[in-house]
Design a protein around this ligand. Sequence first.
Ligand code: 4AD
Ligand code: MG
Length: 435
Amino acid sequence: MSSGSGDVARTHLISQVGPDLEGQEVGLAGWVYRYRDLGSVIFIVLRDATGIIQAVVRSEEVDPNSWEAAKKADVEASVKLAGVVRLDPRAPGGVEIRVTRASLVGESPDFPIKKDTGVEFRLDKRHLDIRSRRMWAALKIRAEFIAGLREWFDSNGFVSVEAPTFVSAAVEGGATLFELNYFGRKAYLTQSSQFYLEAAIFTFEKVYTIQPSFRAEKSRTRRHLTEFWHAEAEMAWHDLDAMMDVAEALVDHAVQRVYENRKEELEILGRKFEPPQRPYPRISYDEAIDIAQSKGVQIEWGDDMSTEAERAVSLEFDRPVFVYRYPKQAKAFYHAPDPARPEVVLCADLLAPEGIGEIIGGGQRIHSYDELVARIREEGLRVEDYEWYLDLRRYGSVPHAGFGLGVERTVRWIAGIPHIRDAVAFPRTPTRLTP
Ligand code: 4AD
Ligand code: MG
């Protein structure tokens, strides 16, 4: 399939080519991002992993093989171009390449995604659409954010532990469980690695994992996926306040890292983002309900915070806000009750600003065996399903707390991405299982 001047060697990445190289010859390799054939001159915007650059091929300036290669290239063909760097204030990056040799590596007849292609078709062709500048930017921001999470955990005494994906019982309630047949037995896809992290605190005290969780969420919203990446932490000897301190420091660090290293990507997405100031405010569920009601949201004390309620509360603050001490009935069975007020539990959600809402859920866990058994029974769950989890309260139990952060929800906020599916390369939603 290859044609043209086969000897074009890659000497530079596109991001390395700037005005300082004026007059020099460079060899580039990449994909055709834009293609315009004007007869005797062809304009190519070339893309590689690092950026884009404009290249001009003129029939009188290249050999016949190179000219043929440039003619046969089209959008998303892979090519190698050698050429001389010229200053051009109108071109992206301030330079363009006057091509001297070209070779076509892989042709691309009629790339299916065009400028005006609709959203659903793009999603069907996601394996191709991740080549777009928009997805390039979003996914680099995501990668940077995940690296920031890991960096913070690894430099603050946390040990990374991985948990299984096949599990035998619910963590977060039956309504969102994916069930499967495990050699004739019922099994589920994990909703959260929390219980496994709880087991691991007795070995390492502070642990974390970043891995997928699964929710059979029927709700088709801009903030729900059926498979999402979950950054979870669990800490021995921590209470609710200490947990919020950890979550705040973690989010702040990862957000700062994105802000410092991904300015170009944020700009491509048209996102004007400033890392929020610390500290993040902490308000009670009671206060949050008051705010939501005062904004006209239909919600009663005792209800879980709805999307609308979270939105109303988050719009009141210019930075993330913790909402703590929810009613017991709104949260999963493992949350520790507040000794001073047993109708509420020692939990906290972190709501991202700009109406985004919950990005973290967590809190202090029940660490007494008897209390935990009582709560499992009260919720109508089967004690035998939680035998191993109860062992953690039988042998050397300690007060502990932890939380889970939704990677895509947080990236959606940082990058200003309208729909959560664009915060992950290959999204899974109730209607989407390919590519
Ligand atoms: O609030 P959740 O359900 O809490 C837990 O799973 C705890 N066991 C975590 C823990 O304490 N270790 O989920 C935690 C976070 C949410 O705040 C949200 O960011 C994200 O996970 N999340 C989802 N993200 C995308 N799509 C979904 N369907 C999500 N469900 C939860
Ligand atoms: Mg939650």
